[in-house]
Design a protein around this ligand. Structure first.
Ligand SMILES: [Fe+2]
Length: 306
């Protein structure tokens, strides 16, 4: 694969606010809603970053790739882009053999593989695995899953894993995707920021999907996660009509995943519990030593539409 092992440094520095998101997952309606939200916020494509997996569970893989390319936001390769670019046999998510996720993936991945054009495969092959950027004096690294392993699932409850990954990252803030549930987690002096995904709900019993913002407040950085409502009924209907992923069509309505075998114990126990939007502040005085307003493992939640 040509570009997928590269890391690209973005210069000049991007301008805050930045909008960050993951996992469009072939969900064209959710991507359309996110584009509308970005326009409302006045954030242009050059200040928008996607953590990959343009194509996965939902009904419109080629249309979603076309829309994200036309939009022109920045994007790193996810495992789905890497596998589709290679025309590989499976999604490369790292699901345990014959696990529920593995069995489900045989349906949606085969559908996506059939419906992606050679031009889209070539675009996927050109994507970098990592982006590095500077915001207000901080080094931010954007990846898909783990720093060295693209299909590593990293969840909020895995403090030791997050600490290990942050040690590898050589950055003040890591923006990551793949795991599908939004969270902001400070470990020692750095921050792991998963803004969530737009293509599937977050297993919290609501059909909403998620994105994140990075804003400046004087010398401070404000990281936040945000809900996004969209035409999930239409997305589910399209998925049912495609006939390849009924379990995920139900998920788009119920907000509950069809399988939770990738989840750690704490995230399993939280299934169906509504997730609150989160906001974390970091002080530039401490950066390199990220200081959050709330030093608890989970930052104070506050409901705030951007
Ligand atoms: Fe992924």
């Amino acid at each position: 694969m040509s570009g997928a092992c590269t890391s690209v440094a973005l210069t000049p520095p991007l301008r805050a606010p930045l909008l960050v998101f993951g996992g469009p997952y072939s969900n064209i309606r959710a991507l359309t809603a996110l584009r509308a939200r970005a326009a409302e916020l006045g954030i242009g494509a050059s200040d928008i970053i996607c953590t990959g997996d343009t194509v996965a569970y939902c009904a419109e893989p080629e249309e979603t790739v076309a829309a994200i390319r036309e939009w022109g936001c920045r994007i790193v390769a996810g495992n789905c882009e890497e596998q589709l670019a290679l025309d590989a046999e499976n999604c490369g998510c790292g699901f345990a053999h014959d696990s529920p996720c593995d069995r489900l993936a045989k349906g949606w991945y085969a559908f996506a593989r059939r419906h992606i054009s050679s031009q889209s495969r070539a675009w996927m092959a050109s994507l970098p695995r990592s982006l590095t950027l500077a915001i207000a004096g901080r080094t931010v690294r954007v990846i898909h899953g783990g720093v060295d392993r693209i299909n590593r699932f990293v969840f909020a409850s895995q403090r030791e894993l997050i600490a290990e990954e942050l040690d590898r990252a050589n950055a003040d803030i890591v923006i990551a995707g793949h795991a599908g549930i939004p969270f902001i987690r400070k470990v020692r002096q750095r921050v792991w920021f998963n803004p969530g995904v737009i293509g599937m709900p977050a297993n919290d019993g609501t059909p909403d999907v998620w994105y994140g913002l990075i804003r400046t407040d004087g010398d401070d950085l404000i990281l936040s996660t945000h809900r996004l409502a969209y035409d999930h009924v239409g997305a589910a209907a399209a998925l049912r009509a495609s006939g390849h992923a009924d379990g995920y069509a139900r998920s788009l309505i119920t907000g509950l995943w069809p399988s939770i075998d990738v989840l750690p114990r704490r995230e399993r126990a939280a299934a169906g519990n509504r997730i609150e939007q989160q906001t974390a502040r970091s002080s530039v005085r401490a950066f390199g030593q990220v200081a959050a307003v709330d030093s608890r493992q989970t930052f104070n939640a506050r409901v705030a539409r951007a």
